[in-house]
Design a protein around this ligand. Structure first.
Ligand SMILES: *[C@@H]1O[C@H](CO)[C@@H](O)[C@H](O)[C@H]1NC(C)=O
Length: 244
């Protein structure tokens, strides 16, 4: 691999690995990457009597079990099963994130994720799946409460602790702006230096490292091809695949 290509590949990999799955709940930020089941074949499970409820977070259930036994109920973020029958509780197409507040506390104490779009439950109502994630220091055991068409799972988890409060500008945004300003100063300053000191003609060649910039789109494309085919990053919700 050419050094330039390797560099871009490594940069993309780092972005891919470091990227937290950050969501916004009314301005509060939460990193829900640890809430997504680590193994798509083994979603989170909670039982209630003879029924079992399987759920994923952010990405619909990927387990081949559901593709085999109830493909008509997919895509689903949560599925109830009772003696071989499946009930779709919701899917990732309709998700609402909201902070949870506790009386007497100024800041949120958890995260409330509601998934709609479940199958019809009773006249005019669709099932919905609510994931209540109280902020906890360690991962707890999920429990379920069922009220008519509403399935509410409480799952204490560190992902229920917000990572940033609402603010005008995040650290990332400020850094990005500084980086862009720095880059602009570097290009314009470098060009002026090359033009005045090296007495170069005023052409595109005065831009510092012009050959690298010209090659960059090709390098980035190579990096993307290496990084995403086969995909190393988390699949997006829309990339649901059925296994026939
Ligand atoms: C979670 O949000 C839903 C609406 O999306 C609401 O009906 C429910 O009461 C909320 N639960 C908690 C514990 O905040």
């Amino acid at each position: 691999m050419k050094p330039g290509r390797l560099l871009v590949f490594l940069a993309l990999q780092m972005l891919c690995l470091a990227a937290p799955l950050e969501i916004d709940a009314q301005g509060y930020k939460y990193d829900i990457s640890q809430l997504v089941p680590p193994d798509p074949e083994n979603p989170w499970v909670v039982t209630n009597g003879a029924s079992s409820f399987y759920f994923s977070v952010y990405t619909d259930l990927q387990s081949s079990v559901f593709t085999r036994f109830c493909p008509d109920k997919l895509p689903a973020i949560a599925m109830g099963t009772l003696r071989g029958f499946c009930t779709k509780l919701g899917d990732s197409k309709s998700s609402i994130y909201a902070p949870i507040y506790t009386a007497g506390q100024a800041q949120p104490t958890g995260l409330n994720i509601t998934y709609g779009n479940g199958e019809m439950c009773s006249a005019g109502y669709h099932n919905s799946f609510q994931l209540i994630v109280p902020c906890a220091t360690s991962v707890g055991k999920p429990t379920i409460k069922i009220t008519e068409c509403r399935y509410a799972v409480e799952f204490p988890h560190p992902a229920g602790c917000f990572t940033a409060v609402p603010s005008g500008m995040s650290v990332g945004t400020v850094l990005l702006i500084l980086l862009l300003v720095g880059f602009f100063l570097f290009i314009s300053g470098g060009s002026v230096l090359k033009w005045r000191i090296k007495k170069m003609d005023m052409s595109i060649q005065v831009i510092p490292f012009i050959d690298f910039w010209k090659a960059l789109p090709g390098l980035v494309w190579d990096g993307i091809k290496f990084s995403f085919f086969p995909p190393l990053c988390r699949p997006k919700p829309s990339q649901y695949q059925t296994m026939a």
